[in-house]
Design a protein around this ligand. Sequence first.
Ligand SMILES: [Zn+2]
Ligand SMILES: [Zn+2]
Length: 973
Amino acid sequence: MGVFPKFSGPTEDKMPHDLPKAYDPTAIEDHWAGYWVREKLFAVPTPDPAVQNPAGSQSFTILLPPPNVTGRLHMGHMLNQTEMDILTRWRRMSGWLALWVPGTDHAGIATQMMVERQLTEEGTSRQKLGREAFVERVWAWKRHYGGAILEQMKRLGVSVDWSREYFTMDERLSIAVREAFVRLYAQGLIYRGAYIVNWCPRCQTAISDLEVVHQEQKGHLWEIKYPVLGDGGKETGEFITVATTRPETMLGDTAVAVHPEDERYLHLHGKKLRLPLMDREIPIVVDPWVSREFGTGAVKVTPAHDPNDFDLGERHHLPSINVMDDRAHINENGGPYKGLDRYVARKRIVADLETQGLLGAIKDYTNNVGHCDRCKTVVEPRLSTQWFIKIQPLAEKAIAAVKPDADGNKAIRFTPENYEKIYLNWMEDIHDWCISRQLWWGHRIPAWHCAVCHKITVPEPGSTGDPAACAHCESEKITQETDVLDTWFSSGLLPVSLFGWPNFVNRAPGAPGPSHLGTGEGIEDRADFDAFYPTSLLVTAFDILFFWVARMIMLGCWFAGDVPMADGRSRALADSVPFREVYIHALVRDANREKMSKTKGNVIDPIEIVKQYGTDAVRFTLASMASPGTDIAFNVARTEGYRAFANKIWNAARFIFMNVDRAAEIGITVDRKALGGMPTVDANAPLEARWIVARLHETTKVVNQLLADYRYDVAANTIYQFFWGSFCDWYLEIVKLRLDFSENANGSAAKSALTTLIQVFEAALRLLSPFMPFLTEELWHAVYDGEPPTKSIALSRYPQSDDSQIDHSALGAMIPLENLITETRALRKDIGVEENAVVPIKICPGPGINVSIGGGYEPFLRGNQAIIERLARVSQVLFVSQIPPCDLKRHTYAGDVSVIYEKKIDVAAERERLTKDIARYEKGLAAAERQLGNEAFLAKAPAHVVEGLKKQEAETRLLLEKAKAALEALPKE
Ligand SMILES: [Zn+2]
Ligand SMILES: [Zn+2]
């Protein structure tokens, strides 16, 4: 009975026009989530460079911040993905070539730890397995369990291109990682050296500054006395006292430093000290870096275990003695303490110093101790040979990309804007980046050590395959570096590597590829790169601004900068950046604004909430609270509210379809060609039609602008107000007056009302679709009775407003009308008119100062009397010139209004109700009295229970008396 031919679309056995009575998000969402993936709706094939984008449409490219392959979806992901999906769907519907690329990160340290834990349970270890078998084991784990988070994303219906899904260890991405390394090496930007790194003794790897979390910790400051040596190495009896929070590091001391102008030590310049416990002679050095005010003004110098000492050691050519092994146990350089754990050694050293009378005061001391972000072990600053990137030329470009140029333009724009400053501050203070990790899972560093000449061989840029011999002495005794690259090195390359870099590099369009790569198979075309690089936007959380965002900017600008533009021009910085915009989203906290944490037990699992309320309601909750720079206090009460919103729209659809079917019975149908655009009305249309069309255009205009400004919150709330308030509460109620399909009705008026109704509803679904993709998909297919013009609402056009359709006089006229109706309803409530009663009102019309209404309000109100009667449940409107002062009245824009009403009582019903109440009270009283008379009960029950019971008894007695009096007062039959 639908408007359109029978349905034969995607849901086969179902006729979508006959919606189930109840809105059931689970059924809808599972169905459409599967459909979107199956139909590859969001796949964007590599554009043919010969064919320009249709109508020169712009491209919108966005990368999913790749979750760890070990990851599970949390609320932060859900917010991040909701925001990306809203924008991608909105751009796609607005005619852009919208590509969203998903993938996962191999997450070196996290994944290795997870598999190592499994091995421990099995009673083995990675060392027992050996490197090759261990790496194979991790791959097996990845194949079985990895990427579960992407399956979760599929259920959430995110509109990504699954055909482009990647893993950071995929071969083509690994080629890019290798090429990036060897190029930087050839450019002199990668070096190897011994420096102080943050060493995690548990993970047994260097970790970056960013992976160290500092926590205040109560500890001690131990004072140690170092004997001064005189001529012939004899102790003079004088001491220099130093203070330390880590006494065990003294085993590696190679000097004591004082300020050159510190008068306390002037006479000791050039003298030596005896290092207690180790019996080593160490010099006293002078260095202006030493603070005279701190402690005794003398500091022990341990170059191998402290970054400042390391620098000082370099300045004074002091030896560096590393006294700890990878597990932070004392090594052979620690003399008698060899083999002891660092904290066991500490105790023993303090005790030994005390025995020898060399221990000074022990003071309580609170300091900031670095912990490994992964395993929470205290990090040991330790000298270690690592690979570094010389950050400077890369950082300069990355700064220039964010700073405004002479014309005030920025190649990369941050939202919220304050992150620009945070980024720049950090970049201007950046140190060389330690890129090596002592892990087995990851991209192994492409460098080979020679056993003969001890030099390093790194392959030439553009080469493939591993070197067979040392590049310096031609010896074949070379072995590959065992370290792997920091995970952020590969994820930092993603924007360039995902679109085919470096395989097309140095290759002008159409020209044969570089000889080492051949010209045929395996050569990637640069069409992807030309179409999608730079990406449009990065949406991410603050916590990876430096880990990831800054690295993508550095590596993106550096490598893309060398790739000529499609037309052969050299690439400007503005086109080298990995993305043009960065949007940093807020944190999702619990309803009490507390940070979610496992220990607090307040973590909200998005999948659980989705099961309860539906994805659409959860997405809408997040969007409606996502105001830039403000954390979200996630409250399920709001989600419940948005589920009710979805339900309201569902019911509206059912109402509309019912009318469509009724109209069809008398031969009125709506042309489906009238749908899919923006509705228009002429000036003679009824007020509510002109008004709702104006509201739709007005809302559309605002929402498009808000989305461009990342104001998801205001956009969501604006649509909500429109759909629930304007459309459902007002327009639908009014339009019921016009939907008269009885035989003697005005057919053309009814048809035109029905047409506008469906047009507005269909457009409103499209407006809402990026926020609630499932509900709108289901209802949109139903509007077309299963024969929609495109496979999905996501491929239809996003509403665009037309200013000429924003009829301001209609918008203005609805205000006094709404006001009058709302006030009349309130007045009815105040004076106790029953919900369903229809009663007369008096209106004393106002003079009509509202510009939209000419000649006072009376003609206007008379013209819309049917609306007032219907919406305010009015039987009759009496226009009067004055409302008597004794009448209860309300003042409205349209005039004063009073309700004519005398409360009538249905005596029989009231008698029955009161009689029932009295019986119930008496029963309750009897029970309470029985209990209060029970000695045994009174003896045992706590005082507050007895007290409560007595109070309850008194209250019931009062209610009983009132009910009896009311019954008595009823008129006799
Ligand atoms: Zn660790
Ligand atoms: Zn060699």
